[in-house]
Write a protein that binds this ligand. Structure first.
Ligand code: MN
Length: 424
């Protein structure tokens, strides 16, 4: 498959391999032979980095890919979203090829990467988006990703919260309507009644991209509105905090440190239900946890995602139902396993409940035999209990999973369930 071929060539494979903590001899050999910058891609190899700074090579491999990226506070997919947003925000195009590829490996869908680039045209500038297009076009072509897989120029939009949007528009118009009526109008028409409602990125991810770009560009004046919006959209405080830790390596210490006091203020005000009134920006903060509006997430508003290959074996689709946020300590999702597909072995720090809704499934606790589960069956996995769940060989299985979190962490992934173990 083209995808496999891609990740096993060039420097992307080396770093991706390093990321997984594997050091295959063939790839070591590759590295030694890569004596020149890869002319076809413009990407650097570790050999290049070592030739200039062995220390930088070490930090890249150990501190970043082997350390930062392995931290539990933020999924690798989210780390890729943050990194890609920071790189595009700063037009650090030398890193585009590697990180766009890594994002796709980490479960960011091509349609999502496409939409991140579109979004950043508005939040970082048109030229930034075009610099990203220049690299992404080759990656999409190499992987056979055609326009039919990408978000359409126009289409159905997510439902808008009219009350929230009216509040935002009124406040911004009141503050700046006389300074630049055109800009104020475009902010409403192009951003909040169009871009933000495009379904190709879940609102939480769109917020994550926006906040990452703001931090990376030192736009702290815009942060209170967007960090609040991100948290209203499901980004947890633990995740937001880890975003700042992650981004420090991609935007530098000063940008990340400058974001800290702003984030501290937002976190504290949300805890104390103090309404935020922004004096600048494309909006102001609206929803606080004290609001009486009932929170209903409408069906069909969160895009499906493919189950990442380092969490699952076989074809798995994950449809998020709700994140752990706003005082809620569990997340929910619907997981659909094709025949033969299953999770890796794993544990949950605070346990997990699954409700089988379709098909015929298998579940196994380490040391016990595989058990068959059918629609209506409810399984509770104790905190720390090593187990896996998945489809049976011939018949797929769908379950709802409610997973408790500890400090925002729902799961610790372990080794894959081997064919021998699965064949029972
Ligand atoms: Mn589980």
């Amino acid at each position: 498959m083209e995808r496999r071929t891609f990740i096993h060539t060039g420097s992307a494979a080396l770093a991706a391999t390093c990321l997984r903590g594997v050091h295959a001899p063939a790839e070591e050999k590759d590295m030694k032979e890569s004596k020149k910058p890869d002319a076809a891609t413009g990407a650097l190899t570790y050999f290049d980095v070592r030739a200039v700074s062995p220390a930088l090579e070490h930090y890249t491999k150990v501190t970043l890919l082997g350390g930062l990226w392995m931290r539990p506070g933020l999924s690798r997919r989210d780390r890729s979203v943050v990194t890609v947003a920071a790189l595009i925000a700063r037009i650090q195009s030398m890193e585009f090829r590697f990180h766009f590829g890594l994002a796709l490996e980490n479960g960011v869908q091509p349609a999502e990467l496409s939409e991140i680039i579109t979004h950043l045209a508005f939040y970082a500038g048109w030229g930034n988006a075009m610099a990203a297009v220049a690299v992404a076009k080759d990656i999409f072509r190499e992987r056979g990703i055609g326009t039919e897989e990408l978000p359409a120029a126009k289409g159905n939009l997510l439902p808008i919260n009219e009350e929230t949007e009216k509040q935002r528009a009124t406040q911004v118009a009141g503050n700046f309507g006389t300074v630049s009526p055109g800009l104020v109008q475009a902010t409403t028409d192009v951003l909040f009644r169009d871009l933000w409602l495009r379904p190709a990125l879940a609102p939480r991810d769109r917020s994550l991209v926006t906040v990452s770009a703001l931090i990376a560009n030192g736009q702290t004046a815009q942060m209170p509105f967007h960090l609040n919006r991100a948290m209203d959209n499901g980004l947890t405080e633990a995740e937001a905090s880890e975003v700042m830790h992650h981004i420090v390596f991609y935007a530098g210490w000063p940008c990340a440190m400058s974001a800290l006091p702003v984030a501290k203020d937002v976190f504290e005000k949300r805890k104390n239900n103090v309404p935020e009134v922004a004096k600048a920006g494309d909006g102001h903060t609206t929803k606080q946890s004290g609001d009486s509006t009932m929170k209903i997430t409408r069906a069909g508003t969160i895009p499906s995602m493919a189950g990442p290959k380092d969490w699952f074996t076989g074809n798995v689709r994950v449809d998020s139902l709700f994140p752990a946020d706003g005082g809620r300590h569990s997340n929910g999702g619907v997981v659909t396993f094709e025949p033969g597909a299953r999770t890796r072995w794993h544990t949950h720090p605070a346990g997990q409940t699954i409700v089988i809704t379709q098909g015929l499934g298998w579940v196994q606790k380490d040391g016990e035999s595989i058990q068959e589960v059918r629609p209506g069956d409810v399984v509770f996995f104790e905190p720390g209990e090593k187990h896996w769940h998945g489809a049976s060989v011939q018949v797929g299985m769908t379950h709802i999973a409610i997973t408790e979190t500890v400090d925002g962490k729902p799961v610790d992934w372990l080794e894959a369930v081997s064919e021998e173990q699965y064949a029972r």
